[in-house]
Design a protein around this ligand. Sequence first.
Ligand code: NAD
Length: 495
Amino acid sequence: MNEKIALFTIFGGTGDLAKRKLYPSLFRLYRKGNLVDHFAVIGTARREWSDDHYREIVRETIKDLNPTKEEAEAFSSHFYYQAHNVNDSDHYDTLKKLSDTLNEQYELGGNHIYYLAMAPQFFGTIVQHLKSQAILTDNGFDRLVIEKPFGSDYASAYQLNEEIRAVFPEKDIFRIDHYLGKEMIQNISAIRFANNIFESQWNNRYIDNVQITFAESLGVEDRGGYYDHSGALKDMVQNHILQVVALLAMEPPVAFSEAEIRAEKVKALQAIRLYSEKEALENFIRGQYGQGELDDQKFVAYRKEPNVAEDSQTETFVAGKFLIDNFRWSGVPFYIRTGKRLTEKGTRINIVFKQVPVNVFKDDIDKCGEKTDLPPNVLTIYIQPTEGFSMTLNGKEIGQGFTTTPVKLDYRHSAETTGNSPEAYEKLLLDSLNGDGTNFSHWDEVAQSWRIVDIIRQAWDKTSVDFPNYAAGSMGPDAAFDLLKQDGFTWDWEP
Ligand code: NAD
């Protein structure tokens, strides 16, 4: 039996995340039989809503999943609403009464998942109240799921962690990085550790460089207020990108278990070179989009977006080079770049292999009368919007004479497979029900990522750049291309 038993208490139950991601994901789990009879959801937020209104909203959020009327009714009947101000102790007493009632009514065995779908400044007060108002029980489990951002630098993350750890042990804290729930991010481990052809070459003897691109074609949309205080470095690099670097760079774990994988990821992050501020400026560049156009569409500059300061110094683009000082990776640059309003949306990883020691075909002439260069073998892992991987090899061009030509072996999941695969939040919610923290960020990982990123931020805060420095619809500032050019590389970018 697959049924999971728990009471979810969602703080921020009227918010965007709850409506767009959490309720549809819970419904998918319901439909698949992971949630059946023994579950209930309390949504809390400041507004005064009735249970009926809340259930109507929940049904609205799952409309696109085409439930039958009976299914939608039955699912939403498990949802209860409690108006709640997170700073008011009395409200937690009311919450406790409702929790206890639902616990008995649905026979939940005291299993609790507290999901904080709210701004991080509330995390501390919520967890303190959960303890002081005795909402946490000794029966079943008490797990805490929290959203990014986890702090805004190492010091604030440390402080937040102390507050949370005073109430929840690390094993019960599930820090969401939704990229870790994505199919192809999880596939990195399969590609590496289930294929000897790759793992035997996964080191500085065979790999020239690694390129990680998280490109967004959208601008800042309606998130200007948040984003202008964050920027691409904190919003993308500190969490998602460094998690990907860790998965690519870690040593093979002795078993595919949470503790083993986590230990290897932490070691990989610890091996990333901590730059001096001078080195940070040399190895990391920032950008901000100005106005631009693409495919006849015109885009305004970042500084003209809603809720963005007219003289904003916030970066909407980052490119950089990480160096990993261990036996496996010494000398192999890990280039990363991420940005908004780029030419296309695409998250992908390129593993660029070294050339053969001698190019015996160097004197061959191609159709245009040019000498042929051997392009490097590249393994690409496509994370979104398409999912799959490809490998470029060199073969012989059909015909007389002997000319080499690149051949691409390309595998992508079909749209149908991708459409049917569990959404990241669905996977992560199920993991939290199973108590499996493999695909969440451990404090040691978060802490080390902040140490790496803080230096870059400090270096940038002491210097200024002339923003905007790339046109909306382009692939970022020239300096992002120069970063690789000076090392003799280029970004490999083929959809
Ligand atoms: P939101 O502003 O849409 O929702 C915030 C919720 O908190 C609302 O339900 C609001 O009523 C409630 N709230 C605010 N102050 C309160 C108080 N004093 N007492 C009780 N309730 C209060 O925000 P969101 O977009 O849903 O984001 C929530 C969290 O998730 C944030 O930390 C955000 O960074 C993170 N996050 C969101 C997304 C997303 O796609 N929306 C993605 C990644 C991370």
